[in-house]
Design a protein around this ligand. Sequence first.
Ligand code: HEC
Ligand code: HEC
Length: 213
Amino acid sequence: MARFRIHIRAALPLILIGAAACDATPPPVGMVRGAELYETCLPCHGESAVGNAEIEAPAIAGLPQWYIEEQLLGFQQSWRGGHFQDIAGMRMRPMAISLTREGDIESVAQYVAAFEPVYPSSTLHGNAGAGAAIYNAVCVTCHGPEGLGMPELHSPPVVQLDDWYLLTQLRNFRTGARGADPENVWGVTMRANTLALSDQAMQDVIAYIQTLR
Ligand code: HEC
Ligand code: HEC
């Protein structure tokens, strides 16, 4: 019995070390933590964040960190992906909600922003000439002459997005599945610019955006 007690006492430091290792605190906010978190994004957005059209997961590689953070917050707070007509957004929403630890949004956004942007090939057939007129009359004010966005207006770059994703988002803004929630302060400014666009006009402007690369 006495011998047994001695054994336990000798093993105690090892047990404590083991417990500490199991309960390891995650790395601090930054790329290492971002890489860890990105494991959960991989199944849909893919190895290089190029997306997967079959499940409507867009390419997100190289989007600016501030924009990714804002959108992840939007999915969490349900001003994005909370509308019943936004089927793809509803698929993304639980993933953002899973980022519960303070700083996780920042870490994973930093990690995704560090990927080289990809320029997915076209799948639609709009008229880029007609699209140029619309883009330069309407969109240029906020997304800029080269489609690179303007952080001060919270408008993201649009040149590196998939054309099918651009179309879904423009339709979402038009129906109010995105950008109609008053908490989505910047989305509301975007939505106003889609109300007058027909599907054809959308495809034309998308064809023009793809020439800006
Ligand atoms: C179950 C599949 C799935 C997983 C896992 C997933 N996403 Fe998504 N994500 C989507 C879909 C689908 C969309 C498109 C939503 C839409 O159409 O509005 C999306 C959209 C996004 C957007 C918006 C892009 C833009 O241009 O506005 C960001 C940012 C994003 N995801 C980041 C992430 C991050 C970071 C993770 C991991 C923490 C993640 N996603 C995990 C499916 C997924
Ligand atoms: C008044 C400024 C403004 C104008 C004009 C504007 N946008 Fe936007 N756009 C924004 C903002 C801000 C966002 C981000 C909205 C959010 O945070 O949900 C956005 C988002 C988008 C998105 C979604 C990008 C993504 O990654 O999900 C697309 C696509 C888009 N705009 C295309 C256009 C096109 C095409 C036009 C012209 C017809 C246009 N925008 C005109 C401000 C504008």
